[in-house]
Design a protein around this ligand. Structure first.
Ligand code: MYR
Length: 284
């Protein structure tokens, strides 16, 4: 007998409410905190309002993971709706306690099996895992098979990003590279990526132009090996820059599908406005 499998993620996948509704994906929000006031991203604070607020506010925000009760309430509801399994897909457990909190909640709810998936990343690549999982769940695939498939996809995931100012990542304690603090003073624009769930410098580059050129070179290398290119450009309040980059990629790779996504409030707090990222999957 097929099991009814629910798909849960958190807000940092930045999947639109329309797509979530269409594919029956549940979302648990993280929050940004200004002083004493917490705002759940998307629900209490839109991405545009967030970037406007940080541009004008003296106070720098921090972020917080969902409360365990948010997951307990959701898992209880899913159980009452007849779901037997949940795939709970979250941002890297090395940069947020969200994954661990979902696991704690899972141990508090009986009668529904929660299978956690630590994406070891966030944003558009996390969304990719969520969409793949939703597709399989809608086809009636068992939860364990879905988790195995997602694990196998991990080695295909490529994601590089760059920030305008390293201070945000440093302040939030999410950068594993003490030497880059010096780099920042020298105005180095390192290309960053994830390694074992942590953010580390991929290469130190002196200008943004060079960093973008290098990312495009990495993309071209994968394309030349025959990877079907499904590329996402991600931006932090930098729509024009993202459009320009997307156009450059489309020109260089006419057969590629290129979409644009964004760094919402929680991730934007840690990266800062102006950040850009590029992600794709390498299948060979
Ligand atoms: C929390 O307070 O639990 C949330 C912490 C979020 C840290 C985010 C660090 C930056 C992640 C960049 C993702 C780029 C993906 C391509």
């Amino acid at each position: 007998m097929e099991k009814k499998v629910a798909i849960v993620t958190d807000s940092t996948a930045y999947l639109s409410p329309e797509i979530r509704k269409q594919l029956e994906i549940e979302m648990v929000p993280l929050s940004v905190v200004f002083g004493e006031e917490a705002f759940r991203e998307e629900l209490d604070l839109s991405t545009n309002d967030f970037y406007e607020k940080i541009a004008t506010s003296e106070q720098l925000p921090t972020t917080s993971q969902p409360a365990v009760g948010d997951f307990v309430t959701l898992f209880e509801r899913l159980k009452s709706e007849g779901y037997e399994q949940v795939i709970s897909i979250h941002l890297s457990s090395k940069i947020s306690g969200t994954f661990q909190t979902s696991q704690t909640a899972a141990s508090m709810v009986n009668g529904i099996e929660v299978l956690g998936f630590d994406s070891e990343i966030s944003c558009a690549p996390q969304a990719y895992y969520v969409l793949e999982a939703a597709k399989l769940a809608n086809e009636g695939t068992d939860g364990t098979t879905i988790i195995d498939y997602l694990q196998s996809l991990k080695k295909t995931c490529r994601a590089y990003f760059m920030v305008d100012n390293l201070n945000h990542l440093h302040r939030g304690g999410r950068l594993n590279a003490a030497q880059l603090v010096v780099g920042n003073l020298l105005k180095i624009k390192p290309i960053l990526h994830f390694e074992n769930g942590r953010i580390v410098p991929f290469e130190k580059v002196r200008t943004e132009k060079k960093a973008l050129a290098r990312i495009l070179q990495l993309l071209a290398e994968d394309a030349s090996k025959g990877s079907p290119l499904d590329v996402t450009v991600i931006h932090a309040n930098r729509e024009d820059g993202a459009e320009e980059l997307a156009d450059t990629i489309r020109e260089a790779h006419p057969s590629a599908t290129v979409s644009i996504s964004y760094f919402g409030p929680v991730i934007g707090t840690h990266l800062g406005a102006g950040s850009l990222g590029v992600t794709w999957n390498k299948y060979n």
